[in-house]
Design a protein around this ligand. Structure first.
Ligand code: M6R
Length: 609
């Protein structure tokens, strides 16, 4: 996620911006830049790579001035590069803008501004904001920003400076975080509290569409219509480390809570309530191309592999194309049958996993087309694949993958729908039903995140067990595997997932008095069979926590505890049922005193075979 810092005051802005940006490094970024008002001009310095590169540049070519904005960029639109880095200028370099978020209607705005003569130098969505503000500028930068945001759809936190009003910094947010820091004869903006914590502990927490004007003398906040807004000052009492996690104790729990937004962002501008079109900018597969494809391989590791298992089910069901899912480390060595009629989908949060990359290269070598589903713009997978579908989860810092997984699921649904429509296997009416259900998912995840008591109780009661089993059928089986992986990697408890119907072919011998079993029963068609499987383990002494859809109360007769998820069509329940499993793993891990974010023996990105 991008990071924003802004400063207005009597001190030099440059070192304060760099220091602030360094405190936002935890958010992940691929480039950085600053814009500082200097001697009647705005000067920008920006570059790809670490903040240190920018710092070195500023040491070589210092920019003096007491008003400035800074930015760390996590690429979404356009690869990480010097030119795509923020800040961005308007055409005569009198206005500079930094932005965090996604401008959903940027293509429309770009075309419209282009027709008015504006030229675009970057691939970013943000550049439209600089030109929009320019378009509306008529001697009042505050009004120009207010008019510009009225045209923008999507999420944004913006910092804007103008050389014509050099004493002001204008800021506004919608669905992206932004706070104001209050100092003595100086004021700040930032994406997050840690950026300014060494300068002040007094902040305003901004609400959506509150328009802020900062000068060194003070801060005014109004509505877009100019009505004054009165706010209480929030006194930060957390230490710097806690502040980085936005008040959460660990990155993992923060990222679990970021899922409604990450899911929404991943659907943004691809599937829309008012359109029957699925828009995938970086996938150029045509109807003709698809006619020539008779098999799909989904290849990935770990959690991404589990998302691929859901992908197999979804694509086969919707698009009626045979899909095989492979663990990337196994794929190459089993002499897979690949050719130009094969489509490979690699799934990788980092886009750098060595085994996944090796599978991708093998497929390309043998003439197959490759789609990369990845969270990192410009990653190796994105560069080497023919087509890309980015998950817009934002950087994931905890080793245990949570928001990357749910956004990978969304990517699987989007690809499934896209192929089904291209393949003429799905009517518009059928498409609309699934699309509308998908658009309702963020709100359902939000509700789930409010119910933690049952999970906390179960975690506490079972934290000292040596083994925990997970059972499910169909899509629930894929989610059970992910639940078990989550638990074992962060709590070091032996956790095993089985297809519930397979139980009596061996694993049931492990069930004994008091063994905890997590049973997923969200698939309506398989519900009764699942209840029978649960009964089989209960009879042998298991303590069962079931995950079922609201209203499936029959499950209570065979469960010690039930965590209900909001109802959704069977196909989409994995996005919901995994949330309690993530939370359960987290609570078990902290109850056992484990290092949740950095579990032993594991690395976030596995770039060796
Ligand atoms: O970056 P990738 O998605 O390719 O990573 C794949 C796995 O290494 C990753 O999902 C791993 O299993 C996580 N630690 C799971 O939480």
């Amino acid at each position: 996620m991008c990071g924003i810092v802004g400063y207005v005051g009597n001190r030099e802005a440059s070192p304060l911006l760099i220091e602030g940006l360094s405190k936002l490094e935890y958010r992940g970024y691929d480039s950085a830049g600053v814009a500082i008002l200097n001697d009647g001009k705005i000067k920008i310095e920006k570059c790809k790579g670490r903040l240190k590169n920018l710092e070195n540049k500023l040491e070589e070519f210092p920019i003096e001035g007491g008003v400035g904005i800074g930015h760390t960029r996590w690429a979404t639109h356009g690869e990480p590069s010097d030119v795509n880095s923020h800040p961005h200028f308007n055409k005569d370099k009198s206005i500079a803008v930094v932005h965090n978020g996604i401008i959903e209607n940027y293509i429309y705005l770009k075309e419209w501004l282009g027709s008015l003569g504006y030229e675009f130098l970057t691939e970013t969505d943000t550049e439209v904001v600089a030109h929009l503000v320019d378009h509306f500028y008529n001697g009042d930068i505050v009004k120009a920003v207010a008019d510009a945001v009225e045209k923008i759809e999507g999420s944004y936190a913006l910092g804007v400076v103008s050389k014509n009003e050099p004493e002001k910094l204008v800021a506004i947010r919608k669905d992206s975080p932004l706070i104001v820091g209050l100092g003595e004869d100086e004021n700040f903006i930032a994406s997050d509290i840690p950026a300014i914590l060494s300068q002040t502990r007094k902040v305003y927490l901004l609400e959506d569409k509150e328009l802020v004007v900062l000068t060194k003398e003070g801060v005014t906040i109004t509505t877009l219509e100019g009505m004054p807004v009165t706010k209480e000052v929030f006194n930060v009492t957390w230490d710097a480390e806690a502040a980085e996690k936005g008040g959460y104790e660990h990155f993992m729990i923060k990222e679990i809570h970021e899922q409604p937004k990450a899911i929404k962002d991943t659907m943004t501008s691809r599937i829309m309530a008012d359109s029957d079109e699925i828009k995938l900018d970086d996938i150029n597969l045509t109807k003709e191309d698809l006619k020539n494809i008779d098999k799909i391989f989904i290849v990935a590791c770990g959690t991404a592999y589990h998302a691929g298992m859901v992908g197999k089910y979804v694509i086969e069901k919707l698009a009626r194309i045979p899909v095989e899912v492979d663990i990337a480390s196994e794929f190459r060595y089993r002499n897979p049958i690949l050719n130009e009629r094969t489509l490979m989908i690699v799934v990788s949060q980092s886009g750098e996993t060595a085994d996944t990359m090796a599978a991708l290269r093998e497929a390309k070598k043998q003439g197959s087309r490759v789609i990369a589903v990845t969270n990192v713009v410009g990653s190796s997978a994105a560069r080497e694949a023919d087509d890309i579908l980015y998950t817009w989860a934002g950087p994931e810092i905890a080793v245990a993958s949570t928001k990357a997984y749910t956004t990978q699921l969304i990517a699987m649904y989007i690809i499934g729908l896209y192929l089904a429509r291209l393949n003429d296997k799905m009517s518009v009416e059928e498409y609309r039903v699934i699309r509308d259900e998908m658009l309702a998912l963020p709100a359902k995840v939000e509700t789930l995140l409010e119910n933690k008591e049952t999970l906390q109780r179960f975690a506490d009661a079972n934290k000292n067990n040596d083994d925990i089993f997970y059972l499910g059928r169909g899509l629930d089986n894929a989610v059970a595997l992910e639940g078990a992986l989550k638990l074992k990697e962060i709590s070091y408890i032996h956790a095993e997932a089985y297809a519930a119907g397979e139980l009596k072919h061996g694993p049931i011998a492990l069930i004994d008095d008091g063994i905890p079993v997590i049973a997923l029963a969200t698939q309506e068609e398989l519900f009764d069979k699942m209840v029978s499987n649960i009964r089989e383990v209960v009879t042998r002494g298991a303590k069962v926590l079931s995950i079922a859809c609201e209203g499936s109360t029959a499950i209570e007769t065979v469960s010690d505890a039930v965590e209900y998820i909001p109802r959704a069509i069977d196909l989409l329940t994995p996005v919901l049922s995994v949330i309690p499993l993530q939370l359960l793993s987290y609570y078990v891990s902290i109850a056992r005193g484990c290092d949740v974010d950095k579990p032993r023996n594991l690395a976030k990105s596995v770039t060796v075979e």
